[in-house]
Design a protein around this ligand. Structure first.
Ligand code: HH2
Length: 372
């Protein structure tokens, strides 16, 4: 038997073990019930066999591998799978080497400042389209505490059309050359095109931020590996052009996690260093309001993928919908709320427009979470 062990539910308090035979399910039930409390078990029948849901405080759930190992009737793979899952879920010491510029994501929440050199981005389109203004804004974000500058030459807002490669390169390459030489922090390129990513890496970028999770360009994973770059793997359903037409999921969290898991496999198969991968559920990319809210509420479940989480809620439409604020620049407090909550649920990098304000949100939230 190959049990599939997952952390599910609202919060960290449940471990699901799927694919159990009826015999193993009943062994497990007897074992958990024989303990002196702290963990409860419920078993249901699914199309993949029996599923056991073990609920309790995280400190107690952490003892599960030992509990399993102490009983010879429990298959050893179950203890191994549970240990592996909990190790990933509880990991905090992430350090991402961006071609020599190292982000110590275990030490505090990091800020990725957005620099859209596009005429049409949903919130800041046209503001930084000329070189001098873009440079000034990047420097300003650096001074305000940005840990990464994310440069994008194509808007991926809902309904947007692709920009020709030449045009995208013209917008971003000169800027990346200047900024990567001048700033001590890593420059990330927000593109899903392998050829654009390659030219950006040659110009000095050290992170590829791919909204398609390495799916739109077949060569993308190889480019990331060849240049030893770090990579942000994001989930999207559909393409920017059609993604908001009718996004449908049976279970959004499970499906987004499965997509990211497969994208991690694509990266590893191409030779990308696992320690250079950052994951992102892709808020607003092929998701309804309810999907976005649920992804945020259950963001902690993504920790089970064993990679640091980036969260990109900044000024997005779902915040405007909840608060009834049509103007993106006015969604500051709503953004702050999602980010504080997101940090509490494990986000390590925040992709934001308002660097100074959101750095404060991050520092304050970190202070509370990390207090002894
Ligand atoms: N959101 C946008 C663009 N790139 N990358 C990641 N990893 N995560 C995100 O959530 C994300 C992203 C959309 O925001 P923005 O860049 O401000 O707008 P536009 O696509 O219109 O340029």
């Amino acid at each position: 038997m190959e049990p599939l062990v997952r952390i599910v539910g609202d919060g960290a308090a449940a471990v699901a073990i799927q694919g159990l035979t009826p015999e193993h399910a009943s062994i497990l039930r007897d074992l958990i019930r024989s303990l002196d409390g702290g963990i409860s078990i419920s078993i249901r029948t699914t199309d993949k066999g029996r599923e056991a849901l073990l609920t309790g405080a995280l400190v107690r759930l952490k003892q599960l591998p030992d509990i399993f190992r102490s009983n010879p009737l429990v298959p050893p793979q179950m203890a191994q799978a549970t240990t592996a899952l909990l190790d990933k879920y509880l990991r905090t010491d992430y350090s991402v080497d961006c071609r020599g510029k190292v982000l110590d994501l275990g030490s505090r929440t990091h800020i990725m400042g957005i620099l859209n050199v596009t005429p049409d981005s949903f919130s800041d389109g046209g503001q930084y389209a000329d070189m001098d203004r873009a440079l000034a804004h990047a420097r300003e974000m650096g001074a305000q505490g940005a840990d990464i500058i994310d440069i994008g030459g194509e808007s991926t807002r809902p309904g947007s059309e692709p920009v020709p490669e030449d045009e995208e390169l013209l917008r971003i390459v000169p800027l990346i050359m200047r900024l990567s030489a001048e700033l001590p922090i890593p420059i990330s390129v927000d593109t899903y095109k392998a050829t654009v990513a390659q030219k950006a890496l040659e110009a000095g970028a050290s992170i590829v931020n791919d909204i398609s999770g390495l799916r739109f360009s077949p060569d993308m994973a190889r480019v990331v590996a060849d240049y030893d770059a770090a990579v942000v793997i994001m989930h999207i359903q559909g393409t920017p052009r059609n993604m908001q037409q009718n996004p449908v999921y049976t279970d959004v969290v499970t499906e987004v996690m499965a997509y990211l898991e497969q994208s991690i496999e694509i990266a590893l198969a191409a030779g990308v260093d696992q320690e250079k991968i950052i994951i992102d559920p892709g808020i607003g990319f092929g998701k309804t309001l309810e999907h976005n809210l649920l992804l945020l509420k259950r963001l902690d479940e993504f920790k089970a993928l064993g990679r640091p989480i980036l969260l990109g809620t900044s000024r997005k439409k779902f915040i405007g919908t909840v608060l009834n604020i049509p103007v993106a620049e006015q969604r500051i407090q709503g953004t702050a709320a999602t980010l504080a909550l997101g940090i509490g649920k494990g986000a390590r990098v925040l992709r934001v427009h308002d660097v100074e304000r959101m750095s404060q949100v991050a520092r304050m939230t970190d202070a509370v979470i990390r207090s002894a």
